[in-house]
Design a protein around this ligand. Structure first.
Ligand SMILES: C[S@@+](CC[C@H](N)C(=O)[O-])C[C@H]1O[C@@H](n2cnc3c(N)ncnc32)[C@H](O)[C@@H]1O
Length: 353
């Protein structure tokens, strides 16, 4: 392995980040005493586990998000083989080697090639115990955390997915198309599109003002981009500051889990409104692993998504990944055609007829 010029596809196929995330989360569950506690109650309904965690570990699990974290952790333990589920009751199983530890060589690759993403997850996990005991969120989208988001979101996996989504969205679009990059964050989506296409009209919109300078600093063509200031949009649940039918493409990456659940329909209706006839919406987001394994099939991807969902819950505004079947239902009800859902339902192209 050449540590300086790793082959992204080869690296991703080894699921190193997902395996490391799973290892970290199991270590957390052990050190917090969660595994011991579940083993001691042996068979339980999820509500009994929640009650035991509140009583014995002092967790504050009254709100949707923290309860959801416990559901997600229990689902991960089930996928690892610690728990089986029959008629809404879980049964504990003592197993060895639920998630084999990475080799030294693999830790080294993670350190070199995935530092930003695993560093972010490590910080989140370190804080999870406090968060479950009621502490306020660890990260938000204010200026002090801009660099944290930058090192997390610039990782090889997300960049690879961005490239695929861009090709998927653009292959039959015309020159001079209007492309809105919604929630551009530190700017990686804009960079990827600009590198690939020079003849499109890019619009950038984010609700967090501090991302504008960060994104501009990455772009040599920054002056050609129409920066729509954050004071024109209060965020999800508010109208997008564009006329009807004005965009060929909307690119929406890694932000779906931040749409407040009760505003999700409105947010996607707004995007539908601004898209032109035959326009496309590209979404980059994981889907919550479905029990049937119809949409999210690969074992390590499933575990990685569960660990990711648990970790990012300590960030302000996180709502969680959605099951693909529910997303498809919502998108169809709004009027989108949903023919292209790829790679474990993480890359989506929706079309406005
Ligand atoms: C994880 S970042 C993704 C950024 C970028 N698309 C990328 O992939 O690098 C989430 C984005 O959602 C935006 N966001 C978070 N909460 C929001 C809200 N309530 N309303 C609007 N945007 C929000 C943030 O400002 C940020 O740009």
């Amino acid at each position: 392995m050449n540590y300086n010029f790793p082959d992204t596809r080869l690296l991703l196929s080894q699921f190193l980040v997902q395996r490391y995330q799973t290892e970290m989360l199991l270590k957390f569950a052990q050190e917090e005493g969660i595994l011991r506690l579940l083993e001691s109650i042996d068979t339980f309904h999820i509500n009994e586990a929640i009650e035991a965690l509140q009583n014995k570990l002092n967790y504050q699990l009254q709100d949707r998000l923290r309860r959801r974290m416990i559901h997600t952790l229990i689902y991960l333990l089930q996928e690892c083989g610690y728990l089986s589920l029959e008629n809404t009751r879980y049964q504990w199983h003592m197993i060895e080697n639920a998630a084999p530890k990475l080799k030294d060589e693999e830790y080294k690759i993670i350190e070199v090639s995935f530092k930003g993403v695993v560093g972010f997850f490590e910080e989140c996990i370190k804080y999870s115990g406090d968060f479950l005991r009621g502490a306020t969120p660890r990260f938000n989208f204010n200026a002090e955390f801009t660099s944290i988001w930058e090192s997390f979101l610039g990782n090889a996996e997300f960049n690879f997915a961005r490239s695929i989504l861009i090709e998927l969205l653009m292959f039959e679009k015309k020159e001079n198309s209007n492309i809105l990059v919604l929630c551009f964050g530190p700017g990686f989506d804009l960079v990827k599109i600009s590198e690939r296409f020079s003849n499109v009209k890019l619009f950038g919109l984010d609700f967090a003002e501090n991302f504008y300078d960060k994104a501009k600093s990455k772009l040599s063509n920054s002056h050609t981009i129409e920066w729509v200031r954050s004071d024109r949009w209060k965020g999800f649940g508010f109208p997008l500051p564009f006329q009807d039918n004005c965009m060929e493409v909307v690119f929406f990456g890694c932000a779906d889990p931040y749409i407040p659940v009760e505003k999700r329909r409105y947010a996607y209706k707004e995007i539908f409104r601004v898209l032109k006839h035959e326009g496309s919406l590209g979404i980059l987001t994981n889907s919550y692993p479905d029990q049937e394994k119809k949409y999210v099939k690969d074992k390590w991807i499933r575990l990685g998504i569960l660990a990711h969902d648990f970790c990012e819950s300590v960030c302000e505004g996180w709502q969680g990944f959605h099951e693909a079947v529910n997303s498809i239902k919502l998108f169809k009800e709004i009027g989108y055609h949903t023919n292209t859902v790829m790679l474990n339902a993480s890359i989506w192209r929706l079309d406005k007829p």
